[in-house]
Write a protein that binds this ligand. Structure first.
Ligand code: AGP
Length: 610
């Protein structure tokens, strides 16, 4: 998704902006651009494609200056092109960058065209530039102009604006799209994500919905709220080390993030486990009282986070005895929802800024839920700020678009939730102690599974020439099969589907032949025998099987069936462990196919538009 960087400093900001854009590359984008206020006035440079293409242009024609804004664009209105790339200008003195969507842009475009403005792009953003140009003529400055324009805009946005008449000022605004202020020493910065600014500061102001901010020379930061009142906003120190934003010795961020899982799962557990039970207060001060009143749970999330929610449904019903319902946020927010008394609303999100999940939370607030809990990876994100209770997943920044460590730490957090609720709802202390011990041993088991990397790399060769793949799982492992299929399609562009293994003979079996690899996870649980029969159904139709199985299940390799053995793990925790080989498989297939592993085509890391 789009990214914003801005800087007002006492030094040349070109390279700060460029580095900020590089750090936002992981979000997915198709063009990049920059506008700087230089002695010669407003100067702009834009390029289709990667930030490196913009950089090349800047080598030829640098944009030195002390104040500027920059952007990576992920096309929504108008194809990826230089003309549609941000910053957009009106005249030769004003430029704007924008994340989000201006929903009433067509009406505004007609109004502005009637007033004589000529549009040179197909974007919704250009209306903002022209509206601002018109308001600025009233002569009361950039901040007041932005405030008036915002009243005309419908939709979601984060904006940053510069005007050559105020050469040391940036005005930013947020509504529905994240925007942070980076606080430096006599310098100030803007970013749609703190990661963009970690090279210059680790101190941030997380703007609130409706806030408008004016950054000016000397590091002055002035925030006004939606009603136009001056607002004091706390400065927070960013917790993660900047090293998280570099690949280190790994070839890709995704690979690094897969291998970080033992340590981030340990971090997700740290301070949250007692001797033999989960510390309920890990969910916040009011958690114990609120959890005692929970009778049902509604979980809402998107993509990989949605798959984590599907796993949690099995856990919550089995171990805490609480009925749970899971739904994709984009569907949930647009239907009539019946909320039984005592229902807890749970959102799951890596970024905490996914537009549909955030809108679902805001919608849920009006529906009479008992309260809301966000399980999230990004401190200070909108979801975290707007939920009653939060559990941070502690995965550290996840840069690869394909979610890996965010998923397994979400699952870890969801098992903590299951045990916290189970403890209150009467789960036996023996089983609590058994699962707590299992959680403690999980990082070690994940490390063991990561040692299968070489074997999985070899296995991946069987997929490089394939166009389709089928993933099978049963019970709590059906969502793991879904997640495996999502990973494979996201980064290798191989069409992949997942089915509960028992559904195979109700239709998908028709697809099985020697060209259809079938991947299955086979932990040693109560559904193992059923799964083995399903695998035989595949073998009998000539399907090529790849099975990740518990070392004790006695599945032997035979022609057409490769078996990779995983260490034994407690049933309940198997979904976390069996995710790892599927991540590695997708990763190696994508590397073999030569795709852009960390920034797969058409996708964005944080989906901040609907
Ligand atoms: C996962 O690999 C995807 N990148 C995507 O499905 C992601 O999980 C989804 O967009 C939700 O994001 P969130 O967890 O940040 O809300």
């Amino acid at each position: 998704m789009c990214g914003i960087v801005g800087a007002v400093a006492q030094r040349n900001v070109q390279n700060i902006l460029l580095e900020g854009l590089r750090r936002l590359e992981y979000r997915g984008y198709d063009s990049a651009g920059m506008a700087v206020l230089a002695s010669a006035g407003l100067q702009r440079c834009r390029a289709l494609g990667k930030v490196a293409a913009l950089e090349q242009r800047l080598v030829a024609e640098p944009l030195p200056g002390h104040c500027g804004i920059a952007h990576t664009r992920w096309a929504t209105h108008g194809k990826p092109s230089e003309a549609n790339a941000h910053p957009h200008a009106s005249g030769d003195r004003l430029a704007v960058v924008h994340n989000g969507i201006i929903e009433n842009h067509e009406v505004l475009r007609h109004e502005l065209q009637d007033a004589g403005y000529v549009f040179v792009s197909q974007t919704d953003t250009e209306v903002v530039a022209h509206l601002l140009e018109r308001e600025y003529r009233l002569g009361d400055g950039l901040l007041a102009s932005v405030q008036r324009v915002l009243k005309r805009l419908e939709g979601a946005y984060a904006l940053a604006v510069v005007h050559a008449d105020e050469p040391d000022v940036i005005v930013g605004a947020r509504k529905g799209s994240p925007l942070v202020v980076g606080v430096g020493i006599d310098e100030a910065f803007l970013g749609s994500d703190p990661l963009a600014l970690l090279q210059v500061t680790d101190r941030f102001i997380y703007l609130q919905e409706g806030d408008v901010v004016r950054l000016s020379e000397g590091g002055h930061v002035e925030v006004v709220d939606e009603a136009g009142r001056p607002a004091a906003r706390e400065i927070q120190t960013f917790e993660h080390a900047d090293g998280a934003a570099s690949k280190g010795d790994y070839r890709h961020f995704m690979q690094k993030e897969i291998f970080e899982q033992p340590s981030v799962i340990a971090a997700a557990l740290e301070g949250r486990l007692g001797d033999k039970s989960v510390l309920v207060e890990s969910f916040g001060p009011g958690a114990e009282a609120l959890f005692a009143r929970v009778r049902q749970i509604h979980i809402v999330a998107c993509g990989t986070s949605y798959h984590a929610g599907m796993v949690a449904r099995y856990w919550l019903e089995r171990y805490a005895g609480i009925p749970a319902q899971v739904e994709g946020a984009s569907e949930y927010r647009y239907r009539t929802v019946v909320v039984p008394e005592g229902t807890l609303f749970v959102t799951l999100s890596q970024s905490g800024e996914t537009a549909d999940t955030l809108a679902a939370l805001r919608f849920a607030r009006e529906q009479g839920y008992l309260g809301s809990l966000a399980i999230c990876n990004v401190p200070g994100s909108s979801l975290v700020r707007e939920s009653d209770l939060t559990l941070m997943t502690q995965a550290g920044p996840e840069i690869g678009v394909a979610s890996t460590k965010a998923f397994t730490t979400q699952l870890t957090g969801l098992m903590l939730l299951t045990l916290a609720l189970g403890r209150i709802k009467g789960l036996s202390s023996d089983l609590q102690a058994e699962l707590v011990a299992g959680l403690r041993g999980l990082p070690r088991l994940v490390s063991q599974v990561l040692k299968l990397d070489g074997e999985i790399e070899t296995l991946s060769m069987a997929f490089a020439e394939k166009n389709h793949a089928l993933f099978l799982g049963r019970g709590v492992h059906f969502p793991i099969a879904l997640e495996g299929a999502l990973k494979l399609k996201e980064i290798s562009y191989i069409h992949a589907e997942a089915y509960p293994a028992g559904e195979l003979k109700h239709g998908p079996l028709a697809l099985v032949d020697s060209e259809m690899p079938v991947i299955s996870v086979a932990p040693n649980d109560e559904l193992l025998d059923k799964l083995k029969s399903n695998l035989q159904e595949v073998r009998a139709r000539g399907g090529e099987l790849f099975v990740f199985a518990d070392e004790a299940v006695g599945l032997e390799e035979e022609e057409g069936m490769r078996v990779l053995r995983l260490p034994h793990v407690h049933d309940a925790l198997a979904p976390i462990l069996y995710t790892i080989p599927l991540q590695l498989l997708s990763y190696h297939v994508a590397v073999l196919k030569g795709t852009d592993v960390d920034q797969p085509r058409n996708l964005a890391k944080s989906v901040t538009v609907e």
